[in-house]
Structure formats: C-alpha cells, structure tokens
Design a protein around this ligand. Structure first.
Ligand SMILES: C[S@@+](CC[C@H](N)C(=O)[O-])C[C@H]1O[C@@H](n2cnc3c(N)ncnc32)[C@H](O)[C@@H]1O
Length: 237
C-alpha cells in the first residue's frame, strides 16, 4: 500500500523516529486514507491509534490490515467526516494530518481551521505531524486554472511554519518532499493504472482513468513539478 501523498520510505521512517512517542500514546490521523502511517506507528511504538476518513473502502483496508497484524484493542477506524466525529479534547499525544487539511475547512481557510481544531484535540505538549502543500514559486495562472484554486490556497514553506506559529504551535522540525518523492508519487499512479489496462476484462472506467492520468502527468511536468511543493512539519502545542 502506498501513500496518497509524496512521502517516500526513508522520510517516513525518519519522521517516525523523530516523533519519539511515549508508551501508550494516543494517536489520531485525520484523513488516514489506507491507514499506512498509523500501521507504521503501531510497528514502531506502543500506541493506541484512531483513523478517520470519509472513504469507506480505504477505511476497510486500514482496518483489515490492523485486524491481521495488531492486537484488537490498539486501533479504531471511523468512516465519517472529521467534523462529525466526537473526539476527546486535550487528549492526543499526536495528531497526524497528511494531505488532509481540507477535511477541516475550505480553500485558504483550511490550514488555519486545521491548526485551531487540532490544538483543541492535543494534550499540552502534544504534537501535530502535518503534511501540507506549499508554493515553491509564484504559480502560473494557467496552473491555478487547472487546479481550480487561487494563489492564497497555499502558503510558501516558510509561510506554513509562520502560520503554525501564529496559531500557537512551536515548530520543532520541517522538511520537504524531494523531487524523487514527487516523481514516484505522480508516476506510480500511471504505472499501476497501465498495468490494469493490459488485463482482458479492463473496464472503460480504467481506460478513461489512464487517459486522465496521462493529461495530469503532462500538467505535472509542464507546470506543477517546479511550482508545487510538499512540506512535513512537526509542531508542538
Ligand atoms: C490526500 S489524501 C491523504 C491520505 C493519507 N493521509 C495519505 O497520505 O495517504 C486525503 C484524505 O482525506 C480524506 N478526507 C477528505 N475529507 C475528509 C473529511 N471531511 N473527514 C475525514 N477525511 C477526509 C480523503 O478521503 C483522503 O483519504
């Protein structure tokens, strides 16, 4: 299983090692997708994890991996929008929000809403591991049009840190996805859809998806690769 974000194995393991979670930590991931990061947390630490995502299929994958690999009392997956989940306040040692700030708010307010909501959930001294887009350079209007966003949708890398500090977090660490991580993220989707295309019962849906991804990779290479970055931030309450 892969991440739906430009996060490679080496950085994943490094970020996990930086977290230094105490025993019996409570961990929440907002928009946990297939649960891969929470699975890695359970491999590395003695923790209780909660994953929330609106995608029922991904939650099912996240859950079934845990059923096969971990004790039944250390994980819980919830298939609901995060704002509808009743979560304890001042409770979590770690909240992970990797590519999911839009779960807390729309457009340019998403990151600020994420910070204010996560601050309520973390215990004092608890941490947020945030994965978030940023502008590497001023985006072309044509790129903004394709993404359907305005420039104030994202900050710069420095801007993400500043916004976190203004919200009340102490920034402990920040890094960015490498070009390799981005290339792997974008091209692995092409590779996997094309492997399905070769199968005899390949549906028209898969053929259409392959065509759409072909167009997307063109946009990525022509506009996105030099413009959109992705940062990881460890922020303390
Ligand atoms: C870009 S993906 C990142 C998934 C995962 N963190 C990863 O890196 O693989 C964003 C995830 O947020 C989930 N999501 C979107 N809106 C949500 C909401 N309101 N509440 C919970 N999850 C949400 C999506 O279903 C998706 O799985």
């Amino acid at each position: 299983m892969e991440y739906n974000s430009p996060l490679g194995k080496i950085k994943e393991q490094y970020l996990l090692s930086l977290l230094q979670l105490p025993a019996s930590s409570d961990v929440l991931e907002v928009g946990c997708g297939n649960g891969k990061f929470l699975h890695q947390i359970l491999e590395a630490y003695e923790a209780n994890v909660v994953g929330v995502d609106i995608d029922a299929q991904l939650i099912e994958q996240a859950q079934s991996y845990c059923v096969d690999n971990f004790a039944s009392d250390c994980f819980k997956f919830i298939n609901q929008p995060i704002k509808e989940v009743d979560l304890p306040k001042d409770h979590f040692d770690l909240v992970v929000c990797n590519g999911s700030s839009h779960a807390f708010g729309d457009g340019e307010s998403a990151l600020e809403s994420t910070f204010s909501e996560v601050l309520k959930l973390l215990k004092p001294g608890g941490r947020l591991l945030l994965g978030e887009c940023y502008w590497k350079q001023q985006p072309d209007q044509s790129y903004l049009d394709v993404l359907g966003v305005t420039q104030d949708m994202y900050q710069t890398h420095h801007g993400n840190v500043k916004l976190a500090q203004e919200a009340g977090f102490t920034a402990l660490y920040a890094t960015t996805s490498s070009e390799d991580e981005w290339d792997n993220f974008e091209w692995s989707r092409i590779m996997s859809i094309h492997s399905l295309k070769g199968e005899p019962d390949c549906s028209s849906e898969i053929k259409l998806k392959a065509k759409q991804l072909g167009k997307w990779i063109d946009i990525y290479l022509g506009l996105g690769r030099d413009t959109l970055g992705y940062g990881f931030y460890i922020l303390e309450k």
